[in-house]
Design a protein around this ligand. Structure first.
Ligand code: SF4
Length: 361
């Protein structure tokens, strides 16, 4: 959302800050504004821990592990790829995690009755509207964790309809403690970003040391399927990043073919995003004029690259580029969740998948 919301309001990049977005939301009437990047860091803590668990206790059948933060990918899995269900991370997406935390941890901390909280999330995505009611797990707080999910374009429309002179707004910080985030969280929105963020923290979990080089150039960019090998203290971890559903299918076919031939699967860890380029190009993002179309209809690769660059630059310039160094996340675990993968973390931050479709490959 942060990469594109200004486009929908014709704001120049230097004015389209997340601080101005927070100020606009407060002006519209929201009491608290959080940053989904906070819960992207939380997702990484849980997903990194899952990866560690698989590495520690794994046999060859535990691999690969798939990321799970894209609801369109979750939907596809539950309908068409039932054999891959055991390979899915059980982590909820950042949207669902922040909703659960707002109505439990934050509500308790602030002494607010969760029944009186309405959580509205702003997402780049139309599949996120479905995600908030996907299963009973989306009511982990005892209420629907996220009440309404609106898109970036809908946010822009709301700001315009509210008659806010958004150019005159001053930056406002997101509310603490669900507002702090790392550079790793920022890059979630671009293809390769979730994997990069996860590897930074997984490396720390596994070795107790920080990665020397925090960037993985091999999985940057718009190539449909990207892959590389990461050396984690002598263990070669094979990773892949697929975006665009057609590319996902190719990766799944490769995994199945290896299994059928009794070979090691080609990848240990796979990031999947349904949209080409990732969430920066989601179905709820601002659109641009395409050739032969009477009104804005699509997103070009130039726009995808520009939005992704914005996120990766923000990460490069961030004071903290690691999810596990987010101080508010550390406090959340110390005060409330215990540790990553704890029973409470599973109750609130994880989900499970069920075969839904009629067709099984
Ligand atoms: Fe939504 Fe697309 Fe992002 Fe998936 S990749 S979460 S469908 S915007």
């Amino acid at each position: 959302v942060r990469a594109a919301w200004g486009e929908a309001l014709d704001l120049p990049a230097y004015m389209a800050t997340e601080g101005r977005m927070a100020a606009a939301l407060k002006k519209i009437g929201f009491d608290y504004v959080f940053d989904t990047n906070f819960s992207a860091d939380l997702t990484i803590m849980e997903e990194g821990n899952e990866f560690l668990e698989r590495m520690t206790h794994a046999d060859q059948y535990s691999w690969p592990m798939f990321t799970s933060c894209c609801p369109a990918w979750v939907d596809l899995l539950e309908k068409y790829h039932h054999d891959m269900i055991p390979h899915f991370s059980t982590c909820k997406s950042p949207q669902s995690m922040v909703g659960a935390m707002a109505k439990t941890y934050y509500a308790e901390k602030m002494g607010i009755d969760p029944a009186k909280i309405r959580v509205v999330s702003v997402m780049p995505c139309t599949a996120k509207k479905w995600e908030i009611v996907r299963s009973e797990d989306m009511r982990s707080s005892g209420f629907q964790d996220v009440d309404v999910s609106i898109t970036t374009r809908e946010l822009a429309r709301m700001i315009k309809q509210a008659g806010i002179d958004f150019r005159k707004l001053h930056d406002e910080e997101a509310d603490s403690p669900l507002g702090e985030y790392s550079g790793a969280a920022t890059i979630f929105g671009a293809t390769g970003g979730v994997m990069t963020a996860a590897l930074r923290t997984a490396y720390f979990y596994i070795t107790g040391e920080e990665l020397g080089n925090l960037d993985f150039k091999e999985i940057d960019g718009l190539e449909g399927i990207k892959a590389c090998e990461v050396d984690i203290k002598g263990t070669k971890v094979r990773i892949a990043v697929a975006h665009g559903i057609g590319n996902v299918e190719q990766v799944l076919d490769k995994v199945r073919a290896a299994r059928e031939n009794g070979e090691e699967v080609p990848y240990h860890f796979i990031e999947v995003m349904a949209c080409r380029g990732g969430c920066i190009a989601g179905g709820g993002q601002p659109r641009v004029m395409m050739p032969d179309q009477p009104k804005p209809r699509g997103i070009t690769d130039d726009i995808r690259k520009k939005r992704a660059r914005g996120l990766f630059d923000e990460d490069l310039n961030a004071k903290n580029r690691l999810s596990h160094h987010n101080e508010s996340i550390k406090t959340l675990y110390a005060e409330y969740l215990g540790k990553a993968g704890s029973e409470k973390a599973h109750e609130l931050l994880h989900t499970h998948y069920v075969p839904r479709g009629l067709y099984k490959k």
